[in-house]
Design a protein around this ligand. Structure first.
Ligand code: ZN
Length: 363
């Protein structure tokens, strides 16, 4: 049992090759079945009827290409210490979803897909398009998971499966609401977002991510999002986190909805940090809360051997497909909330090397 492993963590499961093949087959069948069930009949951007959808990437193509080796990047599997998730992923499958038509994938995201859009602080429209991508990616996962766990709950009498299906359904509603806000910003209709970090780094980071996370607490452990409120009316506010390596430089961007007070103390804590520490906090957040992070194979040894990186990646609750709004019968709702609040306080998180510093730059 690795250090720092507890009930809130992803277990570092290692299985034999036969079991691995069986699990892989079972998972891909269940996923495909669920994806067919929730496949929309229209493009989520233009509304045109569609029978097939574009294989959209969450990250701009030039980001993954900047860190790939032989067309592959690394997932968090090696850091977690598991072999039931693929560790080396081909670029055509890294962070993809199918919800928009090819025309929209090419045209709607054109400006966002261009390196020249990141030479200076991004506009509200660019932030909107980043957010649209994040929301679509999350929505594809939450809809699929809700259907998949619903199917499994019918087949197997395990209470946790139907609770998980319901929790993922709540997530889908959160994602749909956030998508509507993002589309408004992307169309230039509103100043939706507050950009609180934009850094252009004159080197190539070995990490790429574009994701939305819902932090439970700030750096000191003060509540930001009560993910343990089972009421469907409870609102969670996401934080958008991006690191775009781009050939000879990198850009780090973080923003959130402007009209919310719940990030105020977090903003103040972040702004008081040294520039390199701000990057470290973002990296810790993304490792702890998201599985939408990709590493250059060149730093494979670092992510396999640094205990802190493994401990943070195992804290990734969403990778389990379970939002912690799910009451945990063993721990009790209040106890699990208290445990998560202290564990997710950034100052309590394990130390890790700052992979976004020039020390780890590629090339
Ligand atoms: Zn379309």
């Amino acid at each position: 049992m690795p250090r720092n492993y507890n009930a809130l963590d992803i277990p570092p499961i290692l299985v034999g090759s036969e079991m691995r093949a069986k699990m892989g087959k079972f998972n891909s069948l269940e996923r495909r079945k669920a994806e067919q069930q929730v496949k929309p009949d229209h493009c989520l951007l233009c509304g045109e009827p569609q029978t097939s959808f574009c294989n959209s990437h969450t990250l701009p193509a030039f980001c993954l290409e900047s860190i790939a080796e032989n067309g592959h990047v690394l997932s968090t599997a090696d850091a977690i210490g598991t072999n039931i998730v693929e560790s080396s992923i081909g670029l055509n499958r890294a962070g993809t979803f199918r919800l928009v038509c090819r025309k929209c994938d090419n045209e709607f995201f054109k400006e966002y897909e261009s390196r020249s859009s990141y030479g200076r602080s991004p506009t509200q429209q660019i932030l909107g398009k980043i957010a649209v991508k994040c929301c679509l990616s999350e929505l594809a996962k939450s809809r699929r998971d809700s259907a998949m766990y619903g199917n499994l709950a019918e087949e197997y009498p395990v209470a946790r499966l139907s609770v998980t299906a319901n929790a993922r359904d709540l997530s889908a509603h959160d994602d749909e609401r956030n998508l509507r806000k993002a589309l408004l910003a992307a169309s230039g209709g509103n100043r939706t977002y507050k950009l609180f970090l934009f850094r252009r780094l004159e080197y190539v980071t070995p990490v790429a991510f574009q994701t939305m996370v819902t932090p439970i607490v700030d750096l000191e452990g003060k509540l930001i999002n009560n993910l343990f409120d089972p009421e469907p009316t409870a609102v969670v506010e996401p934080l958008f986190l991006c690191c775009f390596p781009m050939g000879d430089c990198s850009v780090v961007i973080s923003f959130r909805h402007r009209r919310t007070a719940r990030f105020d103390s977090f903003d103040r804590q972040i702004s008081s940090l040294a520039e390199e520490d701000k990057l470290l906090v973002l990296l810790k957040l993304v490792l702890a809360y998201s599985d939408e992070v990709f590493f250059a194979p060149a730093i494979g040894n670092v992510i396999r051997n640094e205990a802190g990186i493994g401990a943070l990646c195992r804290m990734n609750i969403d990778s389990l497909g379970v939002r912690p709004r799910t009451p945990n019968r063993q721990l009790g709702l209040l106890a699990i909330r208290e445990a998560a609040m202290s564990k997710y306080a950034l100052k309590a998180m394990p130390d890790i090397p700052n992979l976004l510093s020039p020390d780890y730059s590629l090339g």
